[in-house]
Design a protein around this ligand. Sequence first.
Ligand SMILES: [Zn+2]
Ligand SMILES: [Zn+2]
Length: 342
Amino acid sequence: MTPVRQVVVNSLDDVQFELTARPVPGPGEVLVEPTLVGICGSDLHAARGVHPFISLPYRPGHEVVGRVAEVGAGVDLPLGSRVVLEPNLACGECAPCREGRYNICDVLDVIGCQTPGGMTDAFVVPGHRLHLLPDDLDDTAAVLVEPLSTPLRAVRRAGDLTGKRVLVIGAGPIGLFILLGALRAGARAVVSADLVATKRDRAVEFGAIGAVDAGSSDAVDRARELLGAPADVVFDCVSRESSVRQGIDLLRKGGTFVTVGVAAGPTTIPLDLVQDRELDLLGCLMFVREDVEEAITMLREGGVPVAEVITAEFAVEDAGAAYAASADPEQVKVVVRVRESS
Ligand SMILES: [Zn+2]
Ligand SMILES: [Zn+2]
Protein backbone atom coordinates (compact mmCIF):
# COMPACT_ATOMS: atom_id res chain seq x y z
CA MET A 1 0.00 0.00 0.00
CA THR A 2 1.24 3.51 -0.78
CA PRO A 3 2.82 5.24 2.19
CA VAL A 4 1.36 8.48 3.57
CA ARG A 5 3.16 11.81 3.73
CA GLN A 6 3.21 13.55 7.10
CA VAL A 7 4.35 17.16 7.48
CA VAL A 8 7.09 17.58 10.10
CA VAL A 9 8.00 21.06 11.34
CA ASN A 10 11.59 21.40 12.56
CA SER A 11 11.43 25.21 12.60
CA LEU A 12 9.62 28.03 10.81
CA ASP A 13 11.96 27.76 7.80
CA ASP A 14 12.48 23.99 7.92
CA VAL A 15 9.23 22.17 7.12
CA GLN A 16 9.73 18.62 5.82
CA PHE A 17 7.77 15.50 4.93
CA GLU A 18 8.21 12.03 6.29
CA LEU A 19 6.77 8.90 4.75
CA THR A 20 5.06 6.39 6.98
CA ALA A 21 2.97 3.29 6.43
CA ARG A 22 -0.73 4.01 6.04
CA PRO A 23 -2.10 3.54 9.56
CA VAL A 24 -4.89 1.10 10.38
CA PRO A 25 -7.67 2.14 12.79
CA GLY A 26 -8.04 -0.01 15.90
CA PRO A 27 -11.25 -0.49 17.89
CA GLY A 28 -13.03 2.84 18.37
CA GLU A 29 -10.71 4.57 15.90
CA VAL A 30 -11.19 6.17 12.51
CA LEU A 31 -8.80 6.65 9.60
CA VAL A 32 -9.42 10.20 8.35
CA GLU A 33 -8.28 11.50 4.96
CA PRO A 34 -7.92 15.27 5.44
CA THR A 35 -9.00 17.73 2.76
CA LEU A 36 -8.19 21.09 4.36
CA VAL A 37 -6.02 21.94 7.38
CA GLY A 38 -5.68 25.38 8.94
CA ILE A 39 -2.50 26.91 10.35
CA CYS A 40 -3.06 28.54 13.73
CA GLY A 41 -1.27 31.17 15.80
CA SER A 42 -0.20 28.35 18.09
CA ASP A 43 1.38 26.55 15.10
CA LEU A 44 3.42 29.65 14.42
CA HIS A 45 4.50 29.87 18.08
CA ALA A 46 5.45 26.19 17.92
CA ALA A 47 7.44 26.56 14.68
CA ARG A 48 9.33 29.46 16.25
CA GLY A 49 10.14 27.24 19.23
CA VAL A 50 8.35 29.51 21.71
CA HIS A 51 5.16 27.58 22.42
CA PRO A 52 5.19 26.55 26.10
CA PHE A 53 3.55 23.15 25.43
CA ILE A 54 4.73 22.09 21.96
CA SER A 55 8.29 20.88 21.44
CA LEU A 56 10.07 20.66 18.09
CA PRO A 57 10.01 18.85 15.82
CA TYR A 58 6.25 18.43 15.75
CA ARG A 59 3.67 17.04 13.32
CA PRO A 60 1.01 19.73 12.88
CA GLY A 61 -2.67 19.84 12.04
CA HIS A 62 -5.36 20.41 14.67
CA GLU A 63 -7.77 22.42 12.46
CA VAL A 64 -8.77 19.55 10.21
CA VAL A 65 -11.62 18.81 7.83
CA GLY A 66 -11.64 15.45 6.09
CA ARG A 67 -13.57 12.35 5.35
CA VAL A 68 -13.90 8.98 6.96
CA ALA A 69 -11.76 6.50 5.02
CA GLU A 70 -11.86 3.45 7.33
CA VAL A 71 -13.38 2.69 10.71
CA GLY A 72 -12.31 0.34 13.48
CA ALA A 73 -14.63 -1.97 15.40
CA GLY A 74 -17.46 -0.24 17.24
CA VAL A 75 -17.39 3.02 15.27
CA ASP A 76 -20.72 4.09 13.84
CA LEU A 77 -19.65 6.58 11.15
CA PRO A 78 -20.46 6.00 7.47
CA LEU A 79 -17.46 5.63 5.15
CA GLY A 80 -16.95 8.77 3.09
CA SER A 81 -18.78 11.04 5.53
CA ARG A 82 -17.32 14.51 6.01
CA VAL A 83 -16.01 15.27 9.47
CA VAL A 84 -14.27 17.98 11.44
CA LEU A 85 -11.76 17.15 14.17
CA GLU A 86 -12.21 18.19 17.80
CA PRO A 87 -8.52 17.80 18.68
CA ASN A 88 -8.52 17.72 22.48
CA LEU A 89 -7.73 14.36 24.09
CA ALA A 90 -8.94 14.19 27.69
CA CYS A 91 -8.79 11.39 30.27
CA GLY A 92 -12.48 11.51 31.24
CA GLU A 93 -11.64 10.72 34.86
CA CYS A 94 -9.96 13.72 36.52
CA ALA A 95 -11.94 16.35 38.47
CA PRO A 96 -12.29 18.85 35.56
CA CYS A 97 -13.32 16.04 33.18
CA ARG A 98 -15.95 14.85 35.65
CA GLU A 99 -17.31 18.43 35.79
CA GLY A 100 -17.65 18.47 31.99
CA ARG A 101 -14.70 20.81 31.63
CA TYR A 102 -12.56 18.33 29.73
CA ASN A 103 -10.86 21.24 27.90
CA ILE A 104 -8.83 21.66 31.09
CA CYS A 105 -8.26 17.93 31.72
CA ASP A 106 -5.34 17.34 34.10
CA VAL A 107 -3.52 15.37 31.41
CA LEU A 108 -4.82 17.11 28.28
CA ASP A 109 -3.12 16.36 24.97
CA VAL A 110 -4.00 18.06 21.70
CA ILE A 111 -3.87 16.20 18.39
CA GLY A 112 -1.49 18.06 16.09
CA CYS A 113 0.32 19.62 19.06
CA GLN A 114 1.49 16.84 21.39
CA THR A 115 0.45 13.95 19.09
CA PRO A 116 0.79 13.73 15.25
CA GLY A 117 -1.79 15.90 13.50
CA GLY A 118 -3.80 16.06 10.33
CA MET A 119 -1.35 17.72 7.93
CA THR A 120 -0.94 14.34 6.29
CA ASP A 121 -2.55 12.13 3.66
CA ALA A 122 -4.25 10.04 6.33
CA PHE A 123 -4.23 9.74 10.13
CA VAL A 124 -5.98 7.79 12.84
CA VAL A 125 -8.02 9.44 15.61
CA PRO A 126 -10.52 8.22 18.21
CA GLY A 127 -13.97 8.25 16.65
CA HIS A 128 -15.41 10.36 19.47
CA ARG A 129 -13.08 13.26 18.47
CA LEU A 130 -14.95 13.73 15.18
CA HIS A 131 -18.05 15.78 14.43
CA LEU A 132 -20.14 14.91 11.37
CA LEU A 133 -20.53 17.88 9.04
CA PRO A 134 -23.90 18.90 7.64
CA ASP A 135 -24.10 18.99 3.80
CA ASP A 136 -24.77 22.73 3.77
CA LEU A 137 -21.39 23.54 5.35
CA ASP A 138 -18.60 23.22 2.80
CA ASP A 139 -15.02 22.28 3.66
CA THR A 140 -13.75 25.86 3.34
CA ALA A 141 -16.18 27.08 5.98
CA ALA A 142 -15.76 23.92 8.06
CA VAL A 143 -12.01 24.40 8.42
CA LEU A 144 -12.96 27.40 10.61
CA VAL A 145 -14.96 25.29 13.07
CA GLU A 146 -11.99 24.58 15.35
CA PRO A 147 -10.54 28.12 15.38
CA LEU A 148 -14.06 29.51 16.01
CA SER A 149 -14.68 27.19 18.95
CA THR A 150 -12.25 28.84 21.40
CA PRO A 151 -13.61 32.36 20.74
CA LEU A 152 -17.16 31.11 21.24
CA ARG A 153 -16.14 29.52 24.52
CA ALA A 154 -14.53 32.81 25.58
CA VAL A 155 -17.78 34.62 24.77
CA ARG A 156 -19.74 32.05 26.76
CA ARG A 157 -17.33 32.35 29.72
CA ALA A 158 -18.04 36.09 29.86
CA GLY A 159 -21.71 35.49 30.69
CA ASP A 160 -24.68 37.37 29.24
CA LEU A 161 -23.33 40.01 26.83
CA THR A 162 -26.73 41.51 26.02
CA GLY A 163 -26.39 45.29 25.91
CA LYS A 164 -22.75 45.15 27.05
CA ARG A 165 -19.84 47.33 25.95
CA VAL A 166 -16.90 45.17 24.93
CA LEU A 167 -13.22 45.65 24.15
CA VAL A 168 -11.35 42.96 22.20
CA ILE A 169 -7.56 43.30 22.34
CA GLY A 170 -5.93 41.69 19.28
CA ALA A 171 -7.55 41.51 15.83
CA GLY A 172 -6.09 38.26 14.51
CA PRO A 173 -8.45 35.35 13.81
CA ILE A 174 -9.26 34.77 17.52
CA GLY A 175 -9.96 38.46 18.18
CA LEU A 176 -12.08 38.80 15.04
CA PHE A 177 -14.08 35.70 15.94
CA ILE A 178 -14.66 36.99 19.49
CA LEU A 179 -15.86 40.26 17.97
CA LEU A 180 -18.33 38.38 15.75
CA GLY A 181 -19.37 36.12 18.62
CA ALA A 182 -19.89 39.03 21.03
CA LEU A 183 -22.10 40.89 18.55
CA ARG A 184 -24.05 37.68 17.90
CA ALA A 185 -24.48 37.32 21.68
CA GLY A 186 -26.09 40.75 21.86
CA ALA A 187 -23.25 43.14 22.77
CA ARG A 188 -24.29 46.73 22.10
CA ALA A 189 -20.84 47.87 20.97
CA VAL A 190 -17.46 46.27 20.43
CA VAL A 191 -14.18 48.15 20.07
CA SER A 192 -11.07 46.40 18.77
CA ALA A 193 -7.45 47.20 19.68
CA ASP A 194 -4.46 46.15 17.60
CA LEU A 195 -1.00 47.40 16.63
CA VAL A 196 -1.50 46.77 12.90
CA ALA A 197 -3.60 49.25 10.87
CA THR A 198 -4.92 46.69 8.36
CA LYS A 199 -6.08 44.48 11.22
CA ARG A 200 -7.90 47.42 12.80
CA ASP A 201 -9.60 48.16 9.47
CA ARG A 202 -10.69 44.55 9.19
CA ALA A 203 -12.16 44.62 12.71
CA VAL A 204 -14.28 47.61 11.71
CA GLU A 205 -15.41 45.78 8.54
CA PHE A 206 -16.41 42.88 10.80
CA GLY A 207 -18.64 45.12 12.90
CA ALA A 208 -16.51 46.88 15.53
CA ILE A 209 -17.76 50.43 16.10
CA GLY A 210 -14.14 51.51 16.06
CA ALA A 211 -10.60 50.27 16.45
CA VAL A 212 -7.77 51.83 18.42
CA ASP A 213 -4.02 51.60 17.97
CA ALA A 214 -2.95 49.48 20.95
CA GLY A 215 0.51 51.08 20.72
CA SER A 216 -0.67 54.66 21.21
CA SER A 217 -0.56 56.28 24.64
CA ASP A 218 -4.23 57.36 24.46
CA ALA A 219 -5.57 53.93 23.40
CA VAL A 220 -7.64 53.53 26.57
CA ASP A 221 -9.14 57.04 26.33
CA ARG A 222 -9.95 56.52 22.65
CA ALA A 223 -11.63 53.18 23.35
CA ARG A 224 -13.70 54.70 26.20
CA GLU A 225 -14.76 57.51 23.87
CA LEU A 226 -15.83 55.05 21.17
CA LEU A 227 -17.77 52.90 23.65
CA GLY A 228 -19.32 55.95 25.29
CA ALA A 229 -18.43 54.53 28.73
CA PRO A 230 -15.93 52.13 30.33
CA ALA A 231 -16.10 48.54 29.05
CA ASP A 232 -18.23 45.90 30.77
CA VAL A 233 -16.12 43.09 29.36
CA VAL A 234 -12.57 42.91 27.99
CA PHE A 235 -11.26 39.95 25.98
CA ASP A 236 -7.47 39.89 25.86
CA CYS A 237 -6.13 37.83 22.94
CA VAL A 238 -2.60 39.23 23.37
CA SER A 239 -1.86 38.55 27.06
CA ARG A 240 1.14 40.80 27.59
CA GLU A 241 1.63 43.08 30.56
CA SER A 242 0.69 46.09 28.39
CA SER A 243 -2.56 44.55 27.11
CA VAL A 244 -3.63 43.44 30.60
CA ARG A 245 -2.95 46.97 31.85
CA GLN A 246 -4.97 48.59 29.06
CA GLY A 247 -7.84 46.16 29.46
CA ILE A 248 -8.11 46.60 33.22
CA ASP A 249 -7.78 50.39 32.91
CA LEU A 250 -10.75 50.43 30.55
CA LEU A 251 -13.01 48.14 32.62
CA ARG A 252 -15.83 49.52 34.70
CA LYS A 253 -16.11 48.53 38.35
CA GLY A 254 -17.48 45.00 38.59
CA GLY A 255 -16.41 44.30 35.01
CA THR A 256 -15.07 41.07 33.55
CA PHE A 257 -11.64 40.41 32.09
CA VAL A 258 -11.22 37.27 29.96
CA THR A 259 -7.69 36.07 29.17
CA VAL A 260 -7.68 34.20 25.86
CA GLY A 261 -4.18 34.65 24.45
CA VAL A 262 -1.37 32.33 25.57
CA ALA A 263 0.91 34.41 27.81
CA ALA A 264 4.65 33.89 27.32
CA GLY A 265 5.08 33.25 31.04
CA PRO A 266 4.17 34.84 34.38
CA THR A 267 2.73 38.25 33.53
CA THR A 268 2.18 41.19 35.87
CA ILE A 269 -1.45 42.20 36.43
CA PRO A 270 -2.68 45.26 38.40
CA LEU A 271 -4.02 43.19 41.27
CA ASP A 272 -4.79 46.33 43.29
CA LEU A 273 -7.42 47.29 40.72
CA VAL A 274 -8.78 43.75 40.43
CA GLN A 275 -9.46 43.85 44.17
CA ASP A 276 -10.55 47.47 44.48
CA ARG A 277 -12.93 47.35 41.52
CA GLU A 278 -14.13 43.81 42.28
CA LEU A 279 -13.25 42.64 38.79
CA ASP A 280 -13.83 39.10 37.55
CA LEU A 281 -10.68 37.65 36.03
CA LEU A 282 -11.36 34.58 33.84
CA GLY A 283 -9.07 32.22 31.95
CA CYS A 284 -10.11 30.44 28.78
CA LEU A 285 -8.53 27.37 27.18
CA MET A 286 -9.80 25.64 24.05
CA PHE A 287 -13.40 24.35 24.16
CA VAL A 288 -15.76 21.46 24.76
CA ARG A 289 -18.22 19.71 22.49
CA GLU A 290 -21.02 22.26 22.86
CA ASP A 291 -18.67 25.08 21.79
CA VAL A 292 -17.78 23.11 18.65
CA GLU A 293 -21.46 22.50 17.91
CA GLU A 294 -22.10 26.24 18.41
CA ALA A 295 -19.30 27.03 15.94
CA ILE A 296 -20.88 24.70 13.36
CA THR A 297 -24.24 26.43 13.89
CA MET A 298 -22.77 29.93 13.57
CA LEU A 299 -20.93 29.00 10.36
CA ARG A 300 -24.11 27.42 8.91
CA GLU A 301 -25.99 30.64 9.70
CA GLY A 302 -23.41 32.55 7.63
CA GLY A 303 -22.18 34.30 10.77
CA VAL A 304 -18.56 34.36 9.58
CA PRO A 305 -17.37 36.06 6.36
CA VAL A 306 -15.32 33.02 5.35
CA ALA A 307 -13.81 34.56 2.20
CA GLU A 308 -12.52 37.50 4.28
CA VAL A 309 -10.96 35.19 6.86
CA ILE A 310 -9.22 32.60 4.66
CA THR A 311 -6.67 34.79 2.93
CA ALA A 312 -4.39 32.12 1.42
CA GLU A 313 -4.53 28.46 0.44
CA PHE A 314 -1.46 26.33 -0.32
CA ALA A 315 -1.14 22.76 -1.57
CA VAL A 316 0.29 20.45 1.08
CA GLU A 317 3.43 20.08 -1.06
CA ASP A 318 4.01 23.77 -0.29
CA ALA A 319 3.47 23.46 3.46
CA GLY A 320 6.73 25.33 4.07
CA ALA A 321 5.47 28.31 2.05
CA ALA A 322 2.18 28.13 3.94
CA TYR A 323 4.04 28.43 7.25
CA ALA A 324 6.06 31.36 5.92
CA ALA A 325 2.86 33.07 4.72
CA SER A 326 1.12 32.58 8.05
CA ALA A 327 3.94 34.58 9.70
CA ASP A 328 2.87 37.61 7.61
CA PRO A 329 0.68 39.86 9.80
CA GLU A 330 -1.37 40.81 6.73
CA GLN A 331 -2.68 37.24 6.49
CA VAL A 332 -5.69 36.22 8.58
CA LYS A 333 -6.03 32.44 8.19
CA VAL A 334 -3.76 30.37 5.96
CA VAL A 335 -4.99 26.90 5.01
CA VAL A 336 -3.28 23.88 3.48
CA ARG A 337 -5.10 21.68 0.99
CA VAL A 338 -4.26 18.00 1.25
CA ARG A 339 -6.74 16.78 -1.37
CA GLU A 340 -9.73 18.07 -3.30
CA SER A 341 -13.08 18.21 -1.54
CA SER A 342 -15.54 15.67 -2.89
ZN1 LIG B 1 -5.91 26.47 16.23
ZN1 LIG C 1 -9.20 14.53 32.55
